[in-house]
Design a protein around this ligand. Structure first.
Ligand SMILES: [Zn+2]
Length: 166
């Protein structure tokens, strides 16, 4: 975990990301739901509980979807099955993260995502993402995160667009 203090809004966004990923993973495990349906339903349920606006829940649901897509594409490019790439001992960082939970319990539905997006996904300051390494597209500075975070600006050049690796 990072020692940096989180502001309340950041803390809230990260908490929401974890809740959506845990609930969506449960929905997928229960069956008869595609990944997109599970993400949508999880966002709806959590926003209807009143803790978060629907707009915010949907936005954070999209961040989760992107992380899952990015992970799936990476596994596919490496010639691995998504399932093989998600074996618990392979996930180095952040086993407590919502993403890790999703990957270890609901890997089968991720094949839906693999290969759908050929371009490298962009990550921007202010968005929420799972543990991993973000590389500044401008100066190449790397930031390593061991927990789910809201993305800060580049510490070196203060730009706001990154690509992600694990
Ligand atoms: Zn930079």
């Amino acid at each position: 975990m990072s020692d940096e203090k989180q502001n309340p809004e950041e803390h809230e966004d990260v908490g929401l990301y974890q809740r959506i990923s845990e609930r969506a993973a449960e929905l997928v495990q229960e069956g008869r739901k595609t990944l997109d349906e599970a993400l949508k339903k999880a966002s709806e349920e959590i926003s209807s509980s009143g803790d978060y606006t629907r707009e915010k829940a949907e936005k954070v649901g999209e961040y989760l979807r992107r992380d899952l897509a990015e992970f799936s594409n990476r596994a596919q490019k490496a010639g691995e099955s998504v399932k093989g790439a998600t074996e618990p001992h392979r996930i180095v960082a952040g086993m407590q993260s919502g993403l890790a939970k999703f990957l270890t319990t609901a890997a089968d539905v991720l094949t839906e995502l693999a290969g759908k997006s050929e371009q490298v996904l962009e990550y921007k300051t202010g968005e929420v993402t799972s543990p991993g390494t973000l590389t500044c597209k401008d100066c190449g500075k790397e930031m390593h995160f061991k927990a789910t975070v809201r993305i800060p600006p580049c510490p070196q050049c203060h730009k706001t667009v990154f690509r992600k690796s694990y």
